[in-house]
Design a protein around this ligand. Structure first.
Ligand code: NA7
Length: 538
């Protein structure tokens, strides 16, 4: 990072990223009377929804849930059209929020942050952008998101490929035509599932290269029932209050019993009801589905039966049924018509676990046993998740210690919000918080409110800097580990555990104790006068 010695400008706070987290953070900091600069590498707001423009991109959380609750007029006036909002509508919503609260004037677009250095002499962060310009700020806040560092496979030969290729997480702004083309799609996570459904009807032929089948639960997406939405909006305050303390930030009435302990017929009825409801909540049908292998197996068997019912060819159905991980321990997909797409004549499934991809050739993809001629390759190969976006930045705290070095063996945070040695640095939905296991907008609001209240407290008391104590950070690390290990998540190779990125430490880093429990812990920390934090006089 090339840093200029004299900052071009001074701010009270710098925020990295203008997705939902950065937008709300800016709004709250303004309310404190702060001067703020937000750096955004895209040319518009929206973060995830700015970059992920691939065909069929859609949120896997319901639209009335995946929206801000901090302003009643905002939540009353905005009209979602579908149960699960498409990317374009969420991006329009992000722009609406930015304009409604006049946020864009403090955001510099097309300007990524290269790094930041804490200058202990005057207690300020020197933040350098990718063009080499430096500004200073008392507070540095990361709003970089959990799924913003796209991961590309390192197959040889891509540079020689003569067709078009795209990564779903870096999709171009221009329209991409699939008409008449032989399209190859690598990856069968959420992005691959959604892309498959959207591309198949348009392409001449779609070949899906699957390494690991994933579980997908029906979304039953469609136009929002306006009457139900009006009823919800009339009662939004109460419903949002329930969401804030719900396990994943979405109210859901769980059966309350262990799945394996109920009679089979009753369990079947419960699974059918959860399937008919659709979405992630399927895995919440019984509280032990993510903690008990036997109960999980019962839910997984139910889904496997559903897949067999949907896919005409039994051999193909067998290939699409996951066998290597418990249901929901890799992020569940939520689809409308995924398995049925494989009944189309113009769709082929290639099992690259059986015959791995060897290379990209100038004309397509070569696996261990065949050549697939292609006009286009879509990589739906995911992200260096959770820590990836932060580790791309060169952040140096006290004594020049870099976050990358400190976290070389895995992230170390207090509450997923702060880290020892990085005074006045906050992370929104950082590792060690519920983050990706939760309704992101709810978690973003909670973190931003916590940070704002904390900063207001510092200002009010004339305190110079805040950072966690080494003991609090170590204890929180233990808590995250122990709570994580009461679930099935840590034992699975997934982006939750870092297993999708070569060389990344294998750790399950989100806090799995639930959004409500986490919120109560944060409330208690504040009630006990910021327990676990060290406050340094100005
Ligand atoms: P995911 O869920 O990480 O899915 C990536 C997919 O790509 C998954 O099927 C991977 O298979 C596959 N993959 C990754 N690398 C390779 C290589 N090198 N070769 C073949 N296949 C590969 O990312 P998504 O973008 O779909 O979803 C991310 C989140 O965004 C999602 O969970 C929602 O929260 C929204 P693997 O399973 O690793 O064998």
């Amino acid at each position: 990072m090339k840093e200029t010695q004299n900052p071009a400008a001074h701010f009270d706070a710098v925020v990295i990223g203008a997705g939902f987290a950065g937008l709300y953070m800016l709004h709250r900091l303004r309310q404190l009377g702060f001067t703020v600069r937000v750096f955004e590498r895209g040319d518009g707001v929206g973060g995830t929804w700015y970059w992920n423009r691939y065909p069929g991109a859609r949120c896997d959380t319901e639209s009335v849930t995946y929206s801000f609750s901090f302003d009643d007029e905002l939540q009353q006036e905005w009209e979602w059209t579908e149960r699960y909002a498409p990317q374009a509508e969420i991006l329009a919503y992000a722009n609406h929020v930015a304009e409604r609260f006049d946020l864009k004037r403090d955001i510099v677009f097309e300007t990524g942050v290269a790094g930041a250095r804490y200058d202990a002499t005057d207690g300020r962060w020197l933040v350098t952008d990718e063009r080499g310009q430096t500004v200073s700020a008392r507070f540095l806040i990361s709003a970089v998101g959990c799924l913003s560092a796209a991961a590309m496979p390192d197959y040889p030969g891509l540079a020689e490929f003569r067709g078009e290729w795209y990564h779903t997480g870096q999709w171009p702004h221009e329209a991409v035509s699939f008409t008449g083309k032989r399209v190859g799609l690598v990856g069968t996570g959420s992005s691959g599932v959604q892309s498959t459904i959207a591309i198949a009807p348009q392409a001449a032929h779609l070949t899906v290269f699957q390494r690991t089948p994933n579980y997908s639960i029906p979304a039953w997406n469609g136009p929002l029932d306006q009457q139900a939405t009006r009823a919800l909006k009339a009662n939004y305050a109460e419903w949002r209050a329930r969401s804030r303390y719900a396990q994943i930030g979405i109210p859901f009435d769980s059966n309350g019993q262990a799945a394996k302990s109920v009679p089979p017929a009753e369990r079947e009825r419960e699974f059918e009801a959860a399937w008919a409801e659709g979405g992630f909540n399927f895995v919440m049908a019984y509280p032990d589905l993510l903690t008990d292998l036997d109960s999980n197996r019962m839910a997984a068997d139910f889904v496997a039966r559903k897949i067999r019912e949907k896919v005409a060819d039994p051999a193909l159905a067998a290939k699409l049924i996951p066998t290597d991980h418990p249901l929901g321990t890799k992020r569940l997909c939520v689809d409308t018509g995924y398995y049925e797409t494989f009944n189309r004549d113009n769709v082929t499934l290639v099992d690259i676990r059986a015959a791995p991809i060897e290379r990209i050739t100038p004309t397509g993809i070569r696996t261990a046993d065949a050549d697939y001629p292609l006009d286009m390759i879509v990589f739906a190969t995911g992200f260096d998740a959770i820590t990836g976006p932060l580790m791309k930045l060169d952040i140096r705290g006290r004594d020049g210690v870099s976050l990358r070095d400190k976290w070389a063996d895995g992230p170390r945070t207090y509450l997923g919000l702060t880290s020892v040695g990085f005074p006045n640095f906050f992370m929104i939905t950082g590792p060690g918080s519920p983050s990706v296991l939760s309704n992101m907008l709810m978690s973003i609001e909670q973190h931003v409110d916590f940070i704002t209240d904390c900063i207001a407290m510092l200002e009010q008391r004339g305190i110079g800097a805040i950072e966690p104590s080494a003991q609090a950070e170590a204890d929180w690390g233990t808590t995250v580990h122990e709570v994580g290990h009461t679930t099935l998540y840590p034992h699975v190779q997934s982006w939750y555990t870092g297993a999708n990125i070569a060389g990344k430490p294998r750790l399950f880093t989100p806090y799995a104790g639930g959004v409500g429990t986490y919120r109560r812990i944060c409330e208690q920390v504040v009630a006990r006068d910021y327990e676990g934090f060290v406050l340094q006089p100005a």
